[in-house]
Design a protein around this ligand. Sequence first.
Ligand code: SF4
Length: 124
Amino acid sequence: MLQPPHSSLQVAAVPAQRVAARDRDQDAPWHTEAVCRRDEAGLFFAPSKEPTAARLSREEAAKRVCARCPVMVECREHALLQPEPYGVWGGLTAAERRVVLARRRRREMELKKAARQNRIAAAG
Ligand code: SF4
């Protein structure tokens, strides 16, 4: 799985000898253009036991960074397709991504149902 471009806190937990291998094997082309690659402020992932007001403020700050990122679309699709369960990716929080995924699933089901009805109508 691709490491988040903004995972400085997680990267800090990776043993040094594994960092180079991780970067070589898992970086996607868009990853290198991420403006959050060095997230020293820790904006993109919640620290443990973060109060709600602090979380909302941090997420808004992260989204402002995403808004000026040249690879926002690629990042968002990556996070939706994995799916990435935590953090802000492509300008969306984890909760917002769940909403997008639920809408996509609903839309897919509607399209399949319509196709099935069309086949039945064509056969009958
Ligand atoms: S869209 Fe946001 S989370 Fe994704 S790479 Fe850009 S700054 Fe990072």
